[in-house]
Unconditional design. Structure first.
Length: 338
């Protein structure tokens, strides 16, 4: 991949980054779309870097109310506190607006940009502008299939196709026959890849149901209607932790016997797994994605490193969490870091 447009010197190195060393959070500045952090700098790890202050923009496609991104942000804040980074967070689920936020970061002359690529085509041109300006850009969470083509330094996240395929195999193991895969954001390539992966390996029937993820009452009523319309559905597959409890409510409202499983975790979901309301979840470790993205930019700035040598992504998932192992992560989920 051509990275000659960057002005900083580069060295290919493979970096092992220990995220567990910095679970203590510290305050970081907030940009458009983000609230002011409540954690104070006094809580920062004793190993805080003495390198020059950096300014890094974290720009995601977070939709209002989607708590998954709170975990990503906490990881980013922990790395920022350790690395002496001024973190500016902004978000918008609209790809065009997200591209504008990237342009704003370029105009602010930040030292690095971490961005999600849920709709990569909409961000291609503005990422090229960042590269031309000599601003290193890393990807996280969404865009594993496109990060190299778009000229990013590195990528931290889950291979959504692999995760979907693993989910389909899990459905086979539990004896599912008819699953409905609920896509809460149309056009999001990662969500589409998840359902496609499920369909590829699941030996039963896979149906796709599109819902408006920004309107939870609508999500509930749409899933309920689907379950009433097809009583043979025995598994509801949601693609984000906030939607799984709503799907459980829909199952009850529809008088269905379907079970619910999901992608992603949060503290409410771990409790639901413990209670038996949710069968299992795929954990892609969002805290780790946020942490590694910011720490990766710091390493590049201060030592010329980039993980994966610019050729391979750093995978943070998938791993299954169910009743047999939920106790191992529930403590961290309660803190908002899993």
């Amino acid at each position: 991949m051509d990275r000659s447009s960057h002005t900083r010197p580069r060295r290919i190195a493979f970096v092992a980054v220990a995220a567990a060393a910095a679970l203590t959070l510290a305050g970081c500045s907030s940009g458009s779309g983000g609230k002011e952090s409540e954690e104070g700098g006094a809580d920062a790890s004793a190993g805080k870097a003495s390198t020059p202050r950096m300014k890094v923009a974290l720009i995601t496609h977070q939709a209002p109310g989607d708590t998954f991104w709170d975990i990503v942000r906490k990881g980013a804040e922990a790395a920022a506190a350790k690395d002496n980074v001024d973190l500016v967070y902004s978000n918008d689920p609209n790809a065009g607006t997200q591209a504008t936020l990237v342009q704003n970061a370029i105009d602010q002359k930040v030292d690095g940009i971490a961005v999600t690529l849920a709709k990569p085509d909409a961000l291609k041109a503005v990422i090229a502008k960042a590269n031309a300006a000599g601003i290193p850009v890393v990807g996280l969470n969404s865009g594993l299939s496109d990060w190299k083509e778009l000229g990013l330094l590195e990528f931290f996240g889950q291979d959504e196709s692999v995760a979907g395929e693993a989910f389909g195999k899990k459905l086979n193991e539990v004896g599912a026959k008819n699953a409905v895969c609920v896509i809460h954001e149309q056009g999001n390539v990662g969500l589409t890849q998840r359902c496609d992966g499920v369909k590829k390996t699941f030996e039963g029937e896979t149906q796709i149901l599109n819902v408006n993820g920004t309107d939870m009452p609508s999500v509930k009523s749409t899933i309920t209607a689907k379950l009433k319309q097809d009583s043979s559905i025995d598994y509801v597959v949601t693609l984000g932790a906030p939607f799984a409890p709503t799907a459980v409510q829909s199952v009850g409202d529809a008088g269905s016997e379907a079970k619910v499983a999901t992608f992603d975790l949060n503290k409410e979901l771990t409790k639901a797994i413990e209670a038996g309301d949710i069968e299992f979840a795929v954990d892609q470790q969002p805290y780790l994605q946020g942490y590694l993205a910011i720490d990766g930019l710091w390493l590049y700035e201060n030592n010329g490193n980039y993980s994966g040598g610019g050729e391979q992504p750093v995978l943070t998932g998938p791993a299954f969490v169910d009743k047999s192992n939920v106790d191992a992560v529930s403590e961290y989920a309660a803190k908002g870091t899993r």
